[in-house]
Write a protein that binds this ligand. Structure first.
Ligand SMILES: *Cc1c(COP(=O)(O)O)cnc(C)c1O
Length: 234
């Protein structure tokens, strides 16, 4: 698979989805999910003009990011353990997937020590799946003000991973639910939450139609991830 061709095709499909839903083409950003792919793949992406990447393991990111210099920017998209927060705050421009007050508190503390304000997205378990991380919507609404009171995080929006389904249309109600939940959160906070991170290789067009501002795309750009070699947990 040729990365430049894949990237071109994804950009065209994103633009078409924007056009279909009456949105500006620049209202959606592409996060290239580079987890489990080597630095060479990322360097090829940079040559194609892709600078924004997503990683889900601190250990892997720690090894990889220094090998990918240039204008690259990185989002953490995995489940973050509190003992990895310090490093995450240093390496990433945004932490997607904050799903508890404890974690948010730890991020705020570590950001304070690092002298920065950490942009985060709050992860929502939109389908109530037992196997998934993320806030149940009711709990998110209940904790939102306390999250917002933490001094050194900036809540930039919501993210979700809907249940896997071979048909992209099946994800539409969950994307819509996330958009509606964002509206509720904005009303509670009295402030805008610019980002909705939703949509992956199989369903990003539907996500864009439902308002995604960040789509997280891995396999449709880089090819299938090696599945036999499991990265170490962290
Ligand atoms: C791996 C991953 C993706 C990308 O999935 P693809 O189906 O390969 O596009 C997106 N979001 C998260 C949180 C992921 O872990």
């Amino acid at each position: 698979m040729d990365f430049a061709e894949n990237l071109d095709l994804i950009r065209q499909r994103m633009a078409a989805a924007c056009a279909r839903s009456g949105r500006a083409a620049d209202s959606v950003a592409l996060l290239a999910v580079s987890k489990s792919h080597p630095p060479e793949s990322i360097q090829a992406a940079v040559r194609g003009g892709q600078w924004l990447f997503g990683e889900n393991k601190i250990q892997e990111a720690r090894a990889k990011i220094p090998l990918c210099p240039g204008p690259t920017r990185w989002h953490f998209i995995g489940h973050l353990q509190s003992n990895k927060v310090r490093e995450a705050v240093e390496m990433f421009e945004m932490i997607q997937g904050v799903d508890s007050l404890n974690l948010a508190q730890e991020i705020s503390n570590r950001a304070e020590q690092a002298g920065k304000i950490m942009p985060v997205l709050l992860e929502v378990n939109v389908a109530g799946e037992a196997s998934k991380f993320g806030y149940p919507p009711e709990q998110l609404l209940a904790e939102l003000n306390r999250l917002n009171d933490l001094p050194k995080i900036e809540i930039c929006g919501l993210m979700a991973i809907p249940p896997y389904a071979p048909a992209a249309e099946k994800a539409r109600p969950y994307f819509r639910r996330l958009r509606e939940l964002r509206a509720e959160c904005q009303q509670l906070l009295g402030a805008p939450l610019p980002h909705l991170s939703m949509g992956m290789s199989g369903d990003f067009e539907v996500a864009i139609e439902e308002g995604a501002t960040l789509v997280r795309i891995g396999s449709a750009l880089f090819g299938e991830r090696p599945r036999c070699i499991q990265a170490p947990a962290n």
